[in-house]
Design a protein around this ligand. Structure first.
Ligand code: NAD
Length: 471
């Protein structure tokens, strides 16, 4: 036995990983009286708070302020001189991150969750060894374990992928040293969001996407609006298969193929964002009886139960939906189960949000899904250029599209592209989850002037085929 071994800790539940899945589960458990330990090897908040959603949104905000200044003359606001202080932009981003992750650490303490800074591995069924930063070991044998270890950037097997000036989204969050030009490999959510930030800061940006179309799981019409808008400042090449990244003097040369024709492009930096891989290595899952898929994701059922009794896996690590709010929802579901209650949260209805300008948000079925399943439906599509608030904000691009079932008018899906889309989607997620009909949406008064009126008018269009503000 190791000389550094500490006394076994007593805990009913051990949560491994302190991201939005793990910390939400831990707090919910503690709030319900369960003695809970949260083990985190790095910073509380995980990828979302420290290297993902939050720093990206802080940088997105800064870049939008810049864009507003650039176009302010249209609203009669003439800004004679301005400059970007990158150190201050970086400090602003860090301040937001520190405030939030410090806040979560404080809440965990107040809720009575014991946080252990260390790395957890299974030594047997629900037997854990935690290695602390100083090398000491602590052993825990809880009744339940929740694995919430998240994911990390996946790097495809492309020549030169590990070279200098080739970044993942983590390094791309440091904006103190921006390149003049950037090639982004992967036109998914990260590529589009970071591409938008960089291009607003004046970086000539090109996205190379392997698929023939961007964002294949989103509504085609909505993606077209997004692509047209983003394409005004970012060069987007779809159907581009990247095969090498080589040094080219001080720059990088990215070699790719489109329709079998070889092409190349040079840039000072390359960002690789082609998806994520689960953090399951070195967890000793085999010793715990926890099975993983071919791609390393932990296999779970509808309740996030793994193949081992009383061991759950939530968030990115189970590969169901790689989104922070999906992880939190799964954390709530699992904590309810452990407390012996029927979990009410619906983890199968997850809204998707992309924070470009215009924003894209969707929930439920797409038209493609409904056609494939031969489900009869009607569409209501209201353009934002007929909405007073969107026009006042000078953001008339986009629409709200609502899909309803025939003949009952149940809401099947909603696809929003435009200003505030990522906030408005909540109403439609609620409507679908509560099994509202479109009539109930129509009979709900929407405030004026707000973009939410476009939701009401899209619902009217789907139901009546007409509404007041468009012919
Ligand atoms: P993604 O899966 O969203 O997109 C990756 C893209 O890369 C895909 O379109 C894929 O076709 C393309 N691709 C794959 N291999 C390629 C290659 N060799 N050459 C060119 N293109 C290639 O992954 P991501 O953008 O890395 O994001 C990772 C995860 O983080 C996703 O699950 C995403 O949902 C999540 N995320 C969410 C948000 C948000 O909710 N706003 C923001 C950032 C990240």
């Amino acid at each position: 036995m190791s000389q550094n071994r500490k006394e076994d800790g007593m805990a009913e539940v051990v949560v491994i990983g302190g991201g939005p899945g793990g910390y939400v589960a831990a707090m919910k458990l503690a709030m319900n009286g369960k003695k809970t330990i949260l083990v985190e090897r790095d910073q509380i908040g995980g990828t979302c708070l420290n290297r993902g959603c939050i720093p990206t949104k802080a940088l997105m905000h800064c870049s939008e302020v810049l864009e507003t200044i650039r176009h302010s003359e249209r609203s009669g606001i003439c800004v004679d001189s301005w400059h970007v202080d990158r150190q201050k932009v970086d400090a602003y981003k860090n301040e937001v991150v520190e405030k939030l992750s410090g806040g979560v650490a404080w809440l965990l303490k107040k809720r009575g969750v014991q946080v252990i800074r260390g790395t957890a591995v299974f030594t047997g069924e629900r037997q854990l060894k935690i290695t602390l930063p100083g090398g000491e070991e602590q052993y825990l044998s809880p009744q339940w374990v929740i694995i919430a270890t998240g994911s990390e950037s996946a790097l495809p097997p492309i020549e030169g992928i590990n070279g200098k000036h080739v970044m993942t989204s983590t390094e791309a969050l440091d904006v103190t040293d921006l390149p003049q030009n950037l090639v982004i490999i992967g036109g998914g959510v990260i590529g589009l969001e970071i591409g938008s930030i960089y291009s607003r800061f004046g970086v000539k940006t090109t996205i190379l996407e392997a698929l023939p179309e961007l964002l294949p799981s989103a509504d085609r019409e909505a993606v077209q609006v997004l692509q047209d808008a983003v394409g005004r400042t970012i060069q987007i090449q779809t159907g581009a298969k990247v095969n090498a990244i080589r040094d080219f003097g001080d720059e990088k040369k990215v070699c790719y193929e489109v329709d079998g024709t070889a092409r190349e492009i040079t840039a000072q930096k390359v960002l690789v964002c082609v998806g994520r891989k689960p953090n399951t290595r070195e967890l000793g899952l085999d010793r715990a009886g926890v099975a993983v898929s071919d791609r390393g994701y932990i296999l779970v059922n509808e309740c996030c139960e793994t193949t081992a009794k009383h061991v759950y896996a939530i968030g990115d690590v189970n590969g169901r939906t790689l989104l922070a709010h999906a992880a939190s929802a799964q954390g709530i579901l699992v904590s309810e189960k452990i407390c012996g209650r029927d979990a009410e949260v619906n983890i199968n209805l997850i809204p998707s949000c992309i924070y470009t300008r215009p924003e894209l948000a969707y929930v439920g079925k797409t038209e493609e899904d409904l056609k494939k399943a031969h489900i009869p439906y009607r569409v209501g599509r209201f353009p934002l250029n007929a909405n007073g608030k969107a026009l006042s904000m000078d953001e008339p691009e986009g629409f709200v599209k609502i899909l309803i079932g025939k003949p009952y008018g149940e809401i099947l899906g909603a696809h929003l592209v435009g200003a505030r889309a990522t906030d408005l989607i909540a109403e439609l997620a609620l409507a679908i989850n509560a099994e509202c009909t479109v009539e109930e949406l129509i009979h709900t008064v929407h405030a004026h002037p707000t973009i939410s009126e476009a939701v009401f008018e899209a619902a009217e269009l789907a139901y009546f085929g007409q509404t007041v503000h468009v012919i």
